[in-house]
Design a protein around this ligand. Structure first.
Ligand code: 5GP
Length: 244
């Protein structure tokens, strides 16, 4: 298939850029090396992060598709670019937690590493100026951020993604601690839409711990100045690639 060229930049985020293509329903998602943390108060570059996150996301989106989770991923275009379906992002970030870490540890005063009896789903309103506040189902429905049907679908898909990814990562010696997902409506702007998983799935958006050593293999190495940041992204890519 011929490579679709990127045209106009329509969005630039902290880690990715979206470009239009000549096909109105398709975009190019470009992965940058820029890294930010703590509401973008900490900034830096993780060399070749964009390449690894693009390819890690590709592999995980393909796996999820095979397991029945619809995603925006269409195909890989280059080292840093993937072709995706244009979606209208639901302004709710879904966090799925299997083990206490990060925000949950801080919010509830719990020690990092406590294994949760069952996965915890959290919703955050996607709004940088409000610092992505924690919200619940009632906020989502009352503010019409999603319809009841959409929310039910988002919840079901989030649990499914957790089941699929947890098993996959366990097979390559990695514990999936937590992760963040974003969903969108497709086709964007149409009167009748379906929910697709969007964004990326990578060490930027997940916490991965080596199952044997508990070593952190994700963006926490950047957030907490733990060193060997590039190596962690590379190691996740290497392990994913080694899976049959
Ligand atoms: P926490 O709420 O503990 O900071 O984050 C939980 C999980 O979601 C972590 O794996 C983290 O990487 C991911 N996450 C939460 N919010 C964001 C965000 O705004 N950007 C990115 N890249 N990841 C996030």
């Amino acid at each position: 298939m011929k490579t679709l060229q990127k045209q106009d930049k329509i969005y630039e985020g902290k880690a990715k850029i979206l470009y239009t293509t000549k096909r109105p329903k398709l975009l190019v998602q470009y992965f940058k090396d820029d890294a930010t943390a703590f509401d973008a108060t900490k900034r830096g570059t993780i060399v070749e992060k964009g390449i690894y996150n693009n390819k890690i996301s590709q592999r995980l989106f393909e796996l999820l598709k095979k397991e029945g989770v619809p995603t925006h991923f269409v195909r890989l275009l280059s080292d840093r670019e993937m072709l995706v379906k244009k979606i209208e992002i639901v302004p709710v970030e879904v966090t799925v937690r299997n083990i206490v870490a990060g925000g949950m540890s801080k919010m509830l005063g719990l020690e990092e590493g406590i294994v949760l009896e069952r996965p915890v789903l959290e919703y955050h309103y996607k709004n940088d100026s409000l610092h992505d506040p924690l919200i619940n189902d009632d906020h989502i429905l009352a503010l019409k951020l999603a319809t009841p049907k959409e929310l039910a679908k988002i919840k079901k898909l989030s649990h499914k993604v957790n089941d699929v990814l947890r098993k996959f990562f366990a097979e390559i010696g990695i514990t999936l601690v937590d992760f963040k997902l974003e969903f969108g409506r497709y086709p964007a702007g149409a009167p009748k839409t379906t929910i697709l998983l969007g964004d990326e799935i990578s060490p930027d958006t997940c916490r991965f711990w080596d199952s044997a050593t508990k070593e952190k293999l994700d963006k926490d190495r950047f957030r907490r100045d733990l060193g060997n940041v590039e190596e962690a992204y590379k190691e996740i890519f290497r392990r994913i690639s080694s899976h049959a």
